[in-house]
Design a protein. Structure first.
Lengths: 113, 139
């Protein structure tokens, strides 16, 4: 995908999940969406800042570190952790949802600054 | 002060670079987070059912790190510090062929589904302890 396509995908996902953020039944969907939007913002940010990006989430933290983006790698790995926790049966209450959205916000700011 | 007991049961079926990454992860976590009481290897690597390094998507190494806290959101409240610590180790092992992923828990384990905890207790290999293990892992 080109950078603008990543940006559009990220914005589309954000627009979808933000109205759901207070619905308890939607917690896993919001977390999943935050993870997906963050992936696309990272694609956009790496393409515009480093002229290189990865089309897969596999080992994305390592890729970011190789670009010198340690902080973004940590935010991504934290968000990936929150997502993975949902599938292992971890509680996904409103605090977890807010944490996922906070991490997404950090990644979006980095990508667009 | 609880005693520190590092077990010597790192799986021999893993490659040396991944083993070095695991040791580094445990080392920095235990050094920088005095509330770390256990690290347990679980999942396919613990069962020696991991996808090989020749596979398109080799299995990750899954670790559960238990913190001496009652707070079910301890991983969120300490998230920035914990993931920064993990990043220190990851930065030193960028060429390790397997990813090492760490999940965090309070010592009560209450925030996790009991089935997950039962599976970790059944398959898990304790790699690090400091003090006593939570009941499901102590047997």
């Amino acid at each position: 995908m080109l950078a603008e396509a990543h940006r559009q995908a990220a914005e589309d996902i954000e627009q979808t999940i933000l109205p759901l953020q207070t619905a308890s039944y939607a917690a896993r969907v919001v977390i999943e969406g935050a993870w997906g939007a963050a992936f696309h913002w990272i694609g956009y940010g790496c393409a515009t800042k480093h002229q290189s990006h990865q089309e897969s989430h596999a080992r994305l933290g390592t890729f970011l570190r190789r670009q010198g983006e340690e902080a973004v790698a940590e935010w991504w790995e934290n968000l990936d952790y929150v997502r993975q926790g949902g599938w292992y049966g971890k509680n996904t209450d409103s605090m977890v949802v807010q944490h996922a959205l906070d991490l997404l916000e950090r990644i979006r700011r980095w990508a667009t600054q | 002060m609880p005693s520190v007991n590092r077990t010597n049961t790192l799986p021999s079926w893993l490659d040396s670079e991944t083993l070095d990454l695991i040791k580094d992860v445990i080392g920095v976590l235990s050094e920088r987070h005095p509330d770390l009481i256990a690290v347990i290897l679980y999942g396919s690597v613990a069962r020696h059912e991991e996808r090989s390094l020749e596979a398109p998507n080799p299995s990750d190494v899954d670790l559960l790190a238990v913190l001496d806290s009652d707070d079910p959101h301890v991983d969120l409240h300490q998230g920035d510090a914990l993931f920064h610590t993990l990043g220190l180790a990851y930065n030193r092992h960028l060429d390790a062929p397997r990813e090492v992923k760490v999940m965090f828990s309070s010592r009560t384990l209450q925030e996790w589904d009991p089935t997950f905890i039962a599976n970790v207790a059944h398959d898990g290999i304790v790699l690090f302890t400091r003090g006593s293990l939570p009941a499901p892992f102590a047997a």
